[in-house]
Design a protein around this ligand. Structure first.
Ligand SMILES: Nc1ncnc2c1ncn2[C@@H]1O[C@H](COP(=O)(O)OP(=O)(O)OP(=O)(O)O)[C@@H](O)[C@H]1O
Ligand SMILES: [Mg+2]
Length: 256
């Protein structure tokens, strides 16, 4: 018998998350500090008691080409942990993650060198992504104008506001074409105009056969950019589906 024919038009899986658990082991001080302790500002030193935080509890889903997936959930629900696990930065305690190419994580904490000017950071960022100096030169003006920080480009990044830093970071990252792009709250600090520009950029990536994960507390950003939404709560995947439907259920749960 011939093998079953895959239906045409089926999009290829790009990231498979299979029953992933992540546990963080941290040292706690071992007791709840009393009011007297706090008043005396006593330093209690390093804790002795190991505590396990079970941040992801058996999360599974498959992301396909052209998917742009919004990740929503309350603070501490495991969104960043899941993104870091997909990017290969946080090890899983059990389960597995398969991805077709190396995902790029664009997070609030992505490394830029604060003592160097914006200009130097564009060049270093470009080199780090594998561009030659000529290729960086070709893209330089566009990156700076996308970030909209022409007037500040020769100042050390220490002098940038958090919004300006986030804009430059996003602009540098979008020099490259990403097959899998993970954006964790990086757009949240930008102003409205920048947000719209970066959302358009995310849609471009998606339309060019890329896969995007967007973590955001802004349901508007999620609705404007995502074709699918995953809702996490206390490390568990609660819902995965149509953005309007998932967001509606999420809001219902919040209002309870
Ligand atoms: N490095 C770490 N060490 C120990 N525990 C951690 C660490 N990072 C996160 N956690 C814990 O894991 C859980 C999930 O955190 P995570 O940062 O993934 O949440 P989040 O959904 O991204 O929240 P937010 O909306 O606030 O960004 C939380 O209980 C948090 O305290
Ligand atoms: Mg987070």
């Amino acid at each position: 018998m011939p093998p079953p024919v895959k239906p045409t038009g089926d999009r290829a899986p790009v990231v498979i998350v299979d029953d992933v658990h992540v546990e963080y082991k941290v040292f706690a001080t071992g007791k709840r500090p009393s009011a007297a302790d706090r008043k005396s500002l006593k330093l209690r030193g390093r804790g002795k008691q190991m505590r396990t935080v079970h941040a992801l509890k058996g999360v599974s889903f498959t992301a396909k080409q052209n998917d742009s997936i919004g990740i929503i959930g309350t603070n501490g629900s495991g969104k960043s942990t899941l993104m870091r696990a997909i990017a290969g930065l946080t090890p899983t305690s059990s389960g597995a993650i398969y991805s077709q190419s190396r995902p790029s994580l664009l997070g609030v904490g992505a490394a830029l060198l604060k003592d160097l000017s914006g200009e130097r950071n564009v060049i270093l960022g470009g080199l780090a992504m594998g561009f030659t100096m000529e290729e960086i030169e070709e893209r330089y003006d566009e990156v700076v104008s996308f970030a909209g920080i022409e007037k500040f480009i020769d100042l050390p990044m220490r002098a940038y506001s958090s919004g300006m830093t986030a804009r430059l970071k996003f602009a540098i990252a979008s020099m490259a074409t990403h097959e899998i792009l993970i954006v964790d709250e990086a757009l949240a600090v930008g102003d409205r105009k920048f947000r719209q520009r970066s959302e358009a950029r995310i849609r471009d990536i998606r339309d060019n056969a890329g896969t995007v994960f967007l973590v955001s507390h802004s349901m508007q950003s999620i609705k404007d950019t995502c074709s699918r939404v995953i809702w996490l709560d206390q490390g568990t995947l609660i819902m995965d589906g149509d953005p309007d439907e998932v967001i509606r259920e999420y809001h219902k749960a919040q209002d309870k």
